[in-house]
Design a protein around this ligand. Structure first.
Ligand code: GDP
Ligand code: ZN
Length: 354
């Protein structure tokens, strides 16, 4: 017979695998492998990495438990799926690969759009002269970012970085080759041991987009690698883009533009000037955001047109492409019916629940 206790503990979910959840109790006791209570399943309550949960039915011998509740999330990130993250640690290299303001800006904008606070680290300081490093630091502070300069290889800047990571849930992002793995291995000695093994914990975490794992930092705090974040996609609304440039935010804090939906392209009485370094980058990104939005609109229009055609005409005079579109709609409808059925079923289940 196993000894189960009635008491419950609160903890952080550090990994999710199929229907099992690794929970690190907040009281410092050993990690628990948990299932999710049926009641949570029935109300459709998902459990994510980073969630604060209440664990019951704790079996200390087997280190097992059952998640009985999920506490409200402070933040929620989609890709990678992480709850309660405090900040994004964006890693770039000063050289090898060369630091490209356009690529860096793409990542910065994407990072800003998550609403999490942002910590920028520039690695491989050892590859540049110190005046070149300072020039980059100054340039980025003009953009609005206080970057931490690092050399992981020479162990420079790591203490400063650790101070900024302590006690927080941070997500590492950045292009490949900049030193993210080196950084994780260096900050989490335990992960170094694991990385050498094929089935190592860190290895598993690194190579799939859906699997995220939080690693405990010796300085306190948790760190997640973010394979899903590393391909910035462009789904930002044109009107929102300005919020993701500190240069624009700063100017708007002083003065408002005349038009609420101003895109800051020298509209009458726009409060944003054009004499800052990344203005050109802002314009290009804005073009892309507008193109993206128009493309979406066009797709929606085509779908609506297609539906009208099908309800108006009796016979099938549609060209091949259109037939395909029609089928796609109808499949979606079938899907919707199934979903309705499923939802009805779940509600019935709820009433059966004691
Ligand atoms: P990731 O793709 O971002 O995970 O980058 P890696 O951690 O795999 O590092 C890419 C390469 O950069 C490796 O060859 C590392 O040895 C090298 N590297 C990492 N940090 C430094 C550093 O501080 N200085 C120099 N010169 N090379 C580094
Ligand atoms: Zn404006």
């Amino acid at each position: 017979m196993t000894q189960t206790e009635i008491i419950s503990v609160e903890g952080t979910v550090t990994a999710v695998q199929a229907n099992f959840y690794h929970v690190q109790p907040n009281n410092g006791s050993a990690d628990l492998l948990c299932t999710r209570r049926t009641r949570l399943k029935k109300i459709g309550q998902q459990v994510m990495v980073g969630d604060q949960v209440v664990v019951e039915e704790i079996d200390r011998q087997d280190k097992r438990g059952a998640i009985a509740a999920v506490l409200p999330r402070k933040t929620e990130l989609d890709r990678p799926p992480v709850a309660n993250a405090n900040q994004l640690l964006l890693v770039f290299a000063l050289a090898e690969p060369a630091l490209d303001p356009w690529q860096l800006s793409r990542f910065l904008v994407k990072a800003e759009s998550t609403g999490l606070s942002l910590l920028l680290a520039l690695n491989k300081q050892d590859l540049l002269e110190s005046h070149e490093c300072h020039a980059w630091h100054k340039r980025l502070s003009e953009w609005g970012y206080d970057a931490v300069l690092l050399s992981i290889e020479q162990r420079i800047g790591l203490e400063k970085l650790q101070q900024k990571l302590a006690g927080k849930i941070s997500i590492v992002a950045g292009p490949s080759g900049v030193g993210k793995s080196s950084l994780i291995n260096c900050l989490i000695p335990e992960a170094t041991l694991r990385v050498g093994q094929v089935s190592g914990k860190l290895q598993r975490g690194r190579h799939t987009t859906r699997h995220v794992e939080l690693f405990e930092l010796p300085c306190g705090g948790l760190l997640a690698d973010s394979p899903g974040f590393n391909q910035p996609d462009w789904q930002i609304l044109p009107q929102a883009l300005g919020n993701y440039f500190p240069e624009i935010r700063q100017q708007l804090a002083q003065e408002n533009c005349q038009f609420k939906d101003c895109l800051h392209l020298q509209e009458p009485n726009c409060a944003v000037s054009d004499d800052w370094e990344r203005y050109e980058i802002y314009q290009k990104f804005l073009d892309e955001a507008i193109a993206y939005k128009e493309n979406q609109q066009q797709q929606r229009d085509e779908e609506t047109q297609q539906k009208v055609k099908m309800t108006a005409g009796g016979k099938q005079h549609e060209p091949k492409l259109a037939t395909k579109k029609y089928r796609r709609t109808s499949r979606r409808e079938r899907h919707q019916n199934l979903k309705d059925l499923y939802e009805k079923q779940s509600i019935d289940d709820l009433f059966l629940d004691e």
